[in-house]
Design a protein around this ligand. Sequence first.
Ligand SMILES: [Zn+2]
Length: 135
Amino acid sequence: MSITEMKMMLNMDARNSTKQREFAKKLHELYKTCVICGISIPVEGAHIVPWCDREEFDIDNGLLMCNNHHALFDRFLFTIDPNTLIIKLSNEMNEDKHHKVYKNKIICVPKEINLDNLKNNLSSHYDKFTMHSDK
Ligand SMILES: [Zn+2]
């Protein structure tokens, strides 16, 4: 890799981390707490369609989650039904007494979010979740 290429990459990284911070900030202002468990700290902006698949920091492609739920969401251990906005747990999570309390809970979406776009993004996560749990 040339120096110019390296500089370009670093610039892109810096731009993206600023975008990521703004994305998380906006989600925090709208959702305030983790959409799953409702705790308010520590929370972070979770991408529904992974950031590497689509370079977008659109709030309709995000949810505010605590670190714990963000990690589980990224690993497809639970998902959110795109039609009903109901939380669906994987079998592993269903067997855990601490996690199963969130089963069938409906997430609250602030009115500022475009629901059609959100549902569209959620359906991509939902499909992957279904694929994972079929294994
Ligand atoms: Zn949580």
